[in-house]
Design a protein around this ligand. Sequence first.
Ligand code: FDM
Length: 212
Amino acid sequence: MACKRGALIVLEGVDKAGKTTQCKKLVQALEMSGRPAEMMRFPDRTTTIGQLISAYLEKKSNLEDHTVHLLFSANRWELVPLMKKKLEQGITLVVDRYAFSGVAFTSAKPGFHLDWCKNPEVGLPKPDLVMFLQLNPLEAAKRGQFGEERYENSDFQKRVQTRFEELRKDTTVNWKVIDASQSVEDVHMNIQDHSLNAINKAQDTNVGVLWQ
Ligand code: FDM
């Protein structure tokens, strides 16, 4: 490796847990401390595949459930070359949702098994750290109503939460659970600590391979 690689850091969590706010704050803090960092989010709605997904989420189109699962996965795969390049350049990537959302959301639908859902994600770059922003449904409700997009209802979100719990049992992934009911600043400090650790550890290792 010519320079020390960046770390792949993922934030996952239920709706209203503050993932996007925290991703932005983390990138800002890393940059301020002289560590190159960029934010990414999945789905990335800017690509051709991402636009299909976006129309589906906005309920402007309907897609068969297996098909949309594979599109979400393809949307990650199409960005892998760019992600690898940036990591090699020493840029830390802070990612808002990743394969874990992919598996948790689809497997919350009737008739979907976790293993089938994981399959297309096998081989993706493995995050050095996955932080799960934990917020109970009552706290989440206090933060406002659900929006109008697909999946934004409490019954479905509860099933998604259960699937995330299942995924967090996997010790091959470096999960950290963050109490998202704390203040934005306290959550940020917590996230920053874990991230600095992961960045230091990642520097001298190769990027791992997810679920393989
Ligand atoms: N989602 C997100 C999936 O169903 N599969 C995936 O692979 C990913 C990354 O899409 F409801 C769902 C999760 C959420 C929606 O919303 C994306 P945001 O607000 O853009 O994160």
